[in-house]
Unconditional design. Structure first.
Length: 58
C-alpha cells in the first residue's frame, strides 16, 4: 500500500532560492501581485528579509 509523502519541514525562501535562484522568487512575487494576492507577496518578501538578516547579509 502506498503511503503519502510527508515533508519533514516546511520549505523556506532560502531553499527555493538555492534550487531555483532569487530571480524565481522575484517572478513569483510579481505574479502574486498581478493576481491581486498582495498578502502572499508581502509574506514572501518578509521571509526574504528575515532570511537575509539571519545569515548576516541584510
Amino acid at each position: 500500500m502506498d503511503q503519502p509523502l510527508h515533508r519533514s519541514r516546511r520549505l523556506g525562501v532560502a531553499d527555493i532560492a538555492a534550487v531555483y535562484g532569487t530571480d524565481a522568487l522575484h517572478r513569483r512575487i510579481a505574479q502574486l501581485r498581478a493576481r491581486g494576492q498582495h498578502y502572499a507577496a508581502v509574506a514572501i518578501e518578509r521571509e526574504i528579509r528575515g532570511s537575509a538578516m539571519e545569515d548576516g547579509s541584510g
